[in-house]
Design a protein. Sequence first.
Length: 470
Amino acid sequence: MTHPQRDVPDSPRDLVGIGIGPCNLSLAALAHPLAELDAVFYEQRPGFDWHPGLLIDGATIQVPFLADLVTLVDPTSPWSFLSYLRTRGRLFPFYFAERFHIQRAEYDAYCRWVAEALPGLRFRHQVDAVRWNPERDVFEVDHTQLDADGEAEALGRTYTRNIVLGVGTAPYVPDPLRPLVDAPGVPVVHAADYLAHRDSVLAAGHVTVVGSGQSGAEIFLDLLRHRPPGREKLHWIGRTEAFAPMEYSKLGLEHFTPDYTRYFHALTEPVRDRLVTAQWQLHKGIDAGTLAAIHDELYRRTLHGGWPDAVLIPGVRVRTAGRIAATKIELHLEHLQQDSRSRLTTDAVVLATGYRERPLGRLLAGLDPYVRRDSRERPRVDEEFRLVLDPSVTGSVYVQNAELHTHGVGAPDLGLAAWRSATILNSLTGKEPYPLPTRTAFTTFGLDDPAERVPSARQPKRLTPLVDGR
Ligand SMILES: Cc1cc2nc3c(=O)[nH]c(=O)nc-3n(C[C@H](O)[C@H](O)[C@H](O)COP(=O)(O)OP(=O)(O)OC[C@H]3O[C@@H](n4cnc5c(N)ncnc54)[C@H](O)[C@@H]3O)c2cc1C
């Protein structure tokens, strides 16, 4: 490929968003009415596509429909889920459906509707590098335009005063299982690609699902429902001590509020790290409805006598794994409480082993000298979701869903996406286009009285007021 000249527009943008998942789509939707804000968003994929491998029939999102892209900060926005239903003429059916939790496929369709209508979104644009240009006092964002086959078509560079990183998470495969993933023959797929490989997994003689989170539960249930009764030949194994429900009590859910996020951010680093680990059931458990559906299906399969051939073992980790001939896999298991070991031979493995925040290292390598880090070399993020950078950098880099270590379990939560986007837009503009509530929970987190808490006197970082929009 010849290196065509980088397409370099002259004047810098106010904002470049990197990645268009729900978080940056929320930001784009809330930025849209701010006419003075010159923003563009880049996404490497050809279009908005929300976890396509897990749009299992009937699977719902784990937050109420009010946790759409905009409503929790601006219920009058034209980009709300209810507006979408209205344009689709489906408000009355939804009204009578009385569903607080919509299907994942419907959430994806709603986001696609927003993504296809909003200006300033550039799909098939992969961002390759970000660096600071001290001469021009702007960031440089290098990107590659991809063709329909995902091949590089054109190179571009955009100058901008501010950046919002919304690159989300990537499927995670534990080391012992990694060697299995790419080897041909026996289907070994991460849950993120489940639907693309569902037929070959369903056709396998024996299937093992590894991972006791929501994805693992949904896939186990889908397989259980579609395997012949009495000949299910299914194993479901997970490291957690139980196939435990996600915390969903109303007071427990107050951990997903701005109040808790502010409280968490003000804690010390060691306390934050301890809490993230301890709070696994807030974001890693299984929806109670899915657990009930699994038990119902297992019970239904005992009606005519016998027990389903489905083995559910918690408290087990895969020590190593290997292939037997070309058609089978052997998992070497260790029971964490019994300290016992065994081997499991299977014909297909679904790795429901979760996701990790996409590493920012490569993307931000150019900014490295300016990034302030914590004791574990993680970028420090301030309360307004801004990377803490050397003061010589006059622009800002904000993050969305890359701040679990500084803001807590709410980082990946769709319910906080609109509030975080509004917080970023208020900070970025130095104004308050979105007035935000000072109190959002009945629980008082910390000993200081929330009623005394007043919005911090926001001092935008050396930003010239946006008078003429440039
Ligand atoms: C199966 C599943 C179901 C979930 N369900 C819920 C739920 O019901 N409720 C809830 O609160 N949370 C849920 N979550 C958690 C979380 O809300 C989602 O992961 C959500 O997709 C996060 O949105 P995001 O925008 O941060 O990231 P993502 O959706 O991961 O989007 C990031 C985007 O950035 C793009 N990108 C990355 N790098 C680049 C680059 N260099 N250049 C250009 N583009 C780039 C990627 O292609 C991707 O499209 C779920 C997560 C999963 C995996």
